[in-house]
Design a binder for this molecule. Structure first.
Ligand code: NDP
Ligand code: VSD
Length: 658
């Protein structure tokens, strides 16, 4: 009897359950983020209604917007209104989407497109029996054929740019009348249902090109077109449509843009639309496990270079890691080098040169993803290395965690006895155009990989490094100039600059535990991200954000490595966020005080140091808080209307070069 239960359990519960779990892991769709800032957005029907509202939103977010419609004066008016509201110039083209040659010319002239919004539409409601064939053809031609024309003309250019410019989007404006057939809309519904077939098939065809289709389904929306429509809409049509309510063009535009940014296929606009989309999803991409599976397989290979970390063997052309002109000179003879993230990119090239110069090389790579790159690199180092260097080793490790770093160092020391050169090089970065998209998990992830790993690796490696050894950290130009699209990344790189400066007079790295590190980064820099993210929703043009950093971000002192790393992160964060918000007229600046007489000094320093606080400054003294605060007034007020991304140095005369 027990046997029967057991086989029943295995057959009907255990096996299906395991298969389901397996299926989930294989097919779960991955999130995408289509950038809007600095991208080229082409909107048809952008001179009126929903299209115009969307054009405003995109311009406000820093996109280069191009509009296409027929009527020149409406286009001019739209251009002026966007210029007035956002200060941005908009390109306009007058063309009828029914004329393929005209569409093609406009698209060629407009240049490369990242986001194509096919929004033009005409709606002449009427029962089929009374509607003229000409009107039916008109709607099919503008709404459906017009969209074919646009996509046909734009697609080749869109595909070409994806590798450099990230994910692209084709958004198609349907209607709730494209989800259910509505009385009075035979022709209009048919044109919009046609768009659904087009969109579904197209998404399958272009997902591997990293172009995401969004099919948007608004209910009745208050636009100039809708006002016209209402003059002749059959009463029954109006009654049915009213059951899904009405929206404002701005609201529909906002929903559309959210859908585009997140690469969502079905984009409902209100609650009824949400229910409708569940009821009518069919086998649409992203709602179907099967499709997600196909996407996953295709994407895994073709997009692999977009994953973090990147796969070098899939790149075209393969980056050059070794110059044929490089002349070796045995400069690292007998030394042992450890390079993090050495399987590809800069790390790989460093490994090759180190090997050529006579060093024994160990490098780390991300487990489970980079085996091929790691294997290729290992083979090449083996070829390049000098006869008396030991065989290279590749160590899989997620360096965001202390214990993994310890294992890596132990492994190297077990193999080679010591470490002479530590290269902290591994990093990850993810593009996003707004701070809103950087959530807490991602922040911690990026900081763990990019800066915590430097603490952990350095701490463990130092135990085995003798005088004459060298530590080299990979930071980036964005630590100095900030980056609007890599805000978290540039902050970590700013942290590395300050970490490097302090490290050169290394002090107490051993005393900082992983928990303390996380704690201080949470307080000193994550909180700045969170506060900015939440406050920004309520800040308008003329607002100002002021971040407090420290002179220590620039000077580095041996005793507070983790503190000054967070302050370096704040400098770069300030510069990056300033760039991100410049179009919104919100200024972001920083203040980097030197020693100030505040309670924290008494807590952290011994008596003598408290007595002599500030003696190292040219003024020879610490400042009082009231000597620092006035520059916050300056940065908060209109007096500093021409300052953004700057840091004021209230520090008693120290010259810090930045
Ligand atoms: N408003 C609503 O209730 C709803 C609208 N929709 C859809 O949203 C989209 C936008 O509608 P809405 O903003 O209300 O419309 P509007 O009538 O306010 O704007 C339509 C836009 O499309 C342009 N356009 C029309 N025909 C052509 C053409 N042949 N070639 C090029 N451009 C053209 C118009 O400019 P011009 O005339 O100068 O060419 C105008 O810019 C449409 O696709 C519509 O079907 C969906 C659900 C509800
Ligand atoms: C299962 C849940 C049901 C929820 C109720 C939904 C009822 C359907 C209403 C459809 C309204 C269609 C409006 C089209 C508007 C439009 O496209 C025109 N204004 C022309 O642009």
């Amino acid at each position: 009897m027990a046997d029967v239960y057991f086989s029943f359990f295995t057959l009907f519960i255990l096996v299906p359950l395991s298969l389901l779990i397996l299926l989930y892991f294989i097919v779960r769709p991955r999130p995408v983020s289509v950038p809007i800032k600095n991208s080229n957005v082409f909107i048809t029907g952008g001179s009126s209604g929903i299209g115009l509202a969307l054009a405003h939103l995109c311009a406000r977010e820093g996109a280069n917007v191009t509009l296409l419609a027929r009527n020149v004066s409406k286009l001019e008016e739209a251009k002026q209104s966007i210029k007035l509201a956002t200060g941005r110039d908009v390109n306009v083209f007058s063309a009828d989407v029914r004329d393929y040659d005209a569409v093609k010319r406009a698209i060629e002239e407009a240049g490369p497109i990242d986001v194509l919004v096919c929004n033009q539409g005409v709606f002449v409601p009427q029962e089929l029996e009374h509607q003229e064939l000409e009107e039916i053809k008109f709607m099919i031609d503008v709404n459906l054929m017009g969209t074919f024309h646009l996509i046909k003309a734009a697609l080749p250019g869109m595909k070409k740019n994806r590798a450099e410019r990230g994910p692209g989007s084709i958004a198609i404006m349907s209607s709730q009348a494209g989800q259910v057939g509505i009385y009075g809309y035979t022709a209009y519904s048919a044109s919009k249902f046609g768009l659904k077939g087009l969109a579904e098939a197209l998404q399958h065809e272009i997902i591997a090109d990293n172009i995401h289709v969004s099919l948007i389904f608004p209910p009745d929306t208050e636009t100039p077109g809708f006002v016209e429509e209402n003059k002749r809409r059959p009463q029954l049509t109006s009654i049915i449509a009213a059951s899904s309510g009405a929206m404002k063009a701005d609201e529909v535009a906002k929903k559309s843009l959210d859908g585009i940014k997140s690469g969502t296929f079905i984009v409902p606009c209100n609650f009824e639309g949400f229910l409708l989309s569940i009821g009518t999803a069919g086998l649409s991409p992203q709602r179907s496990y099967l499709m997600a599976f196909v996407e996953h397989l295709k994407k895994a290979e073709v997009m692999a270079t977009e994953e973090q970390p990147g796969k070098e063997h899939l790149m075209d052309p393969i980056p050059q890691a070794l110059s044929p002109d490089y002349r070796q000179a045995n400069k690292l003879h007998g030394k042992v080098a450890l390079v993090t993230g050495g399987d590809s990119g800069i790390g790989r090239s460093v490994c090759y040169l180190f090997a050529l110069e006579g060093a024994t090389v160990a490098f780390t790579y991300v487990p489970g993803q980079e085996e091929k790159d790691a294997h290729d690199t290992l083979k090449k180092i083996q070829e390049l290395k000098s006869a008396d260097a030991k065989d290279p080793i590749a160590l899989p490790a997620d360096l965001g965690f202390d214990e993994n770093c310890k294992k890596v160092v132990d492994e190297v020391v077990n193999n080679f006895g010591r470490i002479d050169i530590l290269v902290n090089n591994a990093a990850e970065q993810h593009m996003t155009s707004t701070i809103e998209e950087i959530d807490e998990n991602r922040l911690e992830r990026v900081f763990r990989t990019n800066i915590f790993s430097h603490f952990f690796m350095t701490r463990h490696a130092l135990k085995h490094m003798k005088e004459g050894s060298s530590i080299i950290n990979s930071t980036s130009v964005v630590a100095y100039c900030g980056s609007d699209i890599l805000l978290d990344y540039c902050s970590t790189k700013g942290a590395i600059v300050s970490f490097t400066r302090a490290e050169s007079r290394i002090g107490t790295i051993d005393e900082i535990t992983e928990d303390q590190l996380l704690r201080i980064f949470r307080t000193n820099i994550f909180a700045y991200f969170f506060m900015a993210r939440h406050s920004l929703k309520h800040m308008a043009e003329g607002a100002s954000i002021i971040n407090t950093t420290s002179v220590q971000a620039y000077l580095g002192s041996p005793s507070s490595l983790e503190y000054q790393s967070t302050k370096g992160a704040i400098v770069a964060f300030t510069r990056g966020l300033a760039l991100q918000l410049v179009d919104r007229g919100i200024r972001v600046n920083g203040v980097a005080p030197g020693p100030v007489w505040t309670p924290v000094q008494v807590v952290i320093h011994d008596k003598d140091k408290v007595q002599s606080l500030g003696s190292e400054t040219p003024m020879g003294r610490a400042s009082q808080p009231d000597e620092i605060a006035p520059c916050y007034v300056l940065l908060a007020s209109r007096d500093s209307s021409y300052y953004t991304g700057q840091v004021l140095h209230a520090n008693g005369g120290m010259i810090v070069n930045g």
